[in-house]
Design a protein around this ligand. Structure first.
Ligand code: ADP
Length: 457
């Protein structure tokens, strides 16, 4: 196939919506102007024809007045020929148009169309009755007499039409260029983001009520959200690597020590104990991360079953009562809900969510303090509240405690480095997966209350 130079460029140019809108606009404008001119032409031709006939009749009537006045009668006035016949319809005098036959039958006061020598003439005859002798007067005019209106329109069409087309194209081009400027900005911004990986770029269209301004606003809003989630993802990855690096470094150091520097078996065992503790920590961390990652990808399968809330809560509380016996912390359980109230949930996850909350109440509670667990029900939810009288959480931190790896202050924790800042994030995920939610109320220095809301039918 023969390649025309620049064809690809032209093809690309003309495939843009802007160019197509321009061409459609120019096409319809030209069509409209053309149709208007054609209509004007039709009307003017009609007007011209009736003008011509009226003019012919008028000249014939004027001729009747002047026919016997010497010097006044004119047989040809530039467009109408006048012929005089006697009362016996015999041609007497006048100017005869080329190839027109004087024997053409006369017809009183009627405009006839007569063809002669390939030309069409309008012919008007009038019989004039006079005492001194009656006569006929005939007016003949060529039907093809050029009409000034029509020639003007022809000129407009032939001279101005290309100009009109060009002007329509230019107007269409500038209108669409203006209208499509925001689209270009959106496309350029998207291209820049793709080229530079800078998701912080924004389109920044001025606010408006048209569709493109709204689209620009929506895309910017979407970019805001994406940027935030990328930031979170980045933070999460760096936190994960940090959390894994610390125990891994300890494991490497301790195993190196056990292998090379340990003096006896006891020293080596001590190092191995540290290694096992750190490996445990890593295993728990990985386990929790896997759980969160599965729930992020909606791959968390709930093994739902019906169980009595009170007994499930009581079992968890009992475990913690044993664990906290030594430091004198008391844990009380009150049931304000209907007796033997049953919910359908994943029992393991239910217990895990409650354990996390009670574990936090222990970790951040007062030594020898008091933890109150309260079960209640309202509006389709069973609520399990866990209140402690510990250090509480500052208002500024209340929103952040749900973020992964967020810890208000690690030194506040009594769990000897076992906390990872993932517990509340997991609790929130478990509740969300069950169609429930979790709330917190806290007063810094006085204590906190976490409430788990599980739906029940
Ligand atoms: P962690 O493993 O650090 O306990 P969590 O996600 O369970 O992680 O909790 C996040 C942070 O919220 C904790 O570091 C702690 O500062 C704060 N927090 C959670 N529960 C309590 C509580 N009952 N009292 C005070 N602070 C709490």
């Amino acid at each position: 196939m023969m390649r025309v130079p620049g064809w690809e460029f032209i093809r690309r140019k003309f495939s843009t919506i802007r160019m197509r809108v321009t061409l459609w606009y120019a096409f319809f404008m030209t069509l409209l102007i053309f149709i208007s001119l054609m209509m004007i032409r039709e009307l003017s031709v009609k007007a011209m024809m009736s003008n011509q006939k009226e003019n012919l009749i008028e000249i014939v009537r004027d001729g009747i007045k002047d026919v016997n006045t010497p010097g006044e009668f004119d047989y040809f006035d530039g467009s109408v020929y006048l012929l005089v016949y006697d009362e016996n319809r015999i041609y007497q005098k006048g100017v005869i148009p080329d190839l027109f036959s004087v024997t053409q039958p006369l017809s009183h006061q009627r405009v006839q169309s007569v063809e002669a020598g390939g030309e069409v003439y309008y012919v008007y005859d009038q019989f004039v009755e006079r005492e001194r002798g009656s006569f006929w007067i005939r007016g003949v005019t060529s039907k093809e007499t050029p009409d000034p209106t029509w020639s003007f329109i022809s000129n407009v069409m032939s001279v101005f039409m290309p100009g009109i087309v060009v002007v329509s194209c230019l107007i269409g081009y500038f209108i669409t260029k203006r209208a499509f400027r925001p689209v270009k900005k959106i496309q350029e911004t998207a291209q820049s983001i793709a080229d530079s990986n800078r998701i912080s770029l924004r389109i920044g269209l001025p606010e408006g009520s048209d569709e493109i301004a709204k689209l620009g606003g929506t895309v910017d809003h979407m970019l805001d959200k994406l940027e935030r989630s990328f930031e979170k993802e980045k933070q999460f990855t760096s936190d994960v690597s940090h959390e894994l690096r610390t125990p891994l470094t300890v494991i490497l150091t301790e195993s190196e020590y056990a292998l090379t520097d340990a003096q006896d078996l006891d020293e080596a065992k001590e190092s191995l104990l540290v290694v096992r503790r750190q490996a445990d920590h890593m295993s728990r961390l990985i386990h929790q991360l896997l759980f969160l990652s599965r729930s992020d990808h909606d791959a968390l399968l709930l093994d739902k079953e019906e169980f009595e809330v009170f007994s499930a809560v009581f079992e968890v509380v009992q475990e913690y009562r044993i664990l906290t016996e030594i430091d004198g912390t008391t844990i009380s359980v009150t049931n304000n809900a209907a007796e033997n109230i049953v919910i359908e949930a994943d029992l393991v996850l239910f217990k895990r969510s409650l354990s996390n909350i009670i574990q936090n109440a222990v970790n951040y509670g007062k030594k020898g303090g008091c933890i109150e667990v309260l079960i209640s029900q309202n509006e389709g939810y069973v609520c399990i509240e866990v209140a402690d009288d510990g250090m509480g959480i500052a208002e500024a931190d209340l929103d952040k405690i749900w973020d992964r790896f967020y810890q208000v202050d690690q030194s506040r924790n009594k769990s000897n480095g076992n906390s990872m800042g993932l517990g509340l994030s997991m609790v929130q995920t478990i509740l969300t997966q069950h169609g429930g939610y979790v709330e917190v109320e806290s007063t810094h220095g006085k204590g906190s209350k976490f409430s788990l809301f599980y739906p029940f039918c």
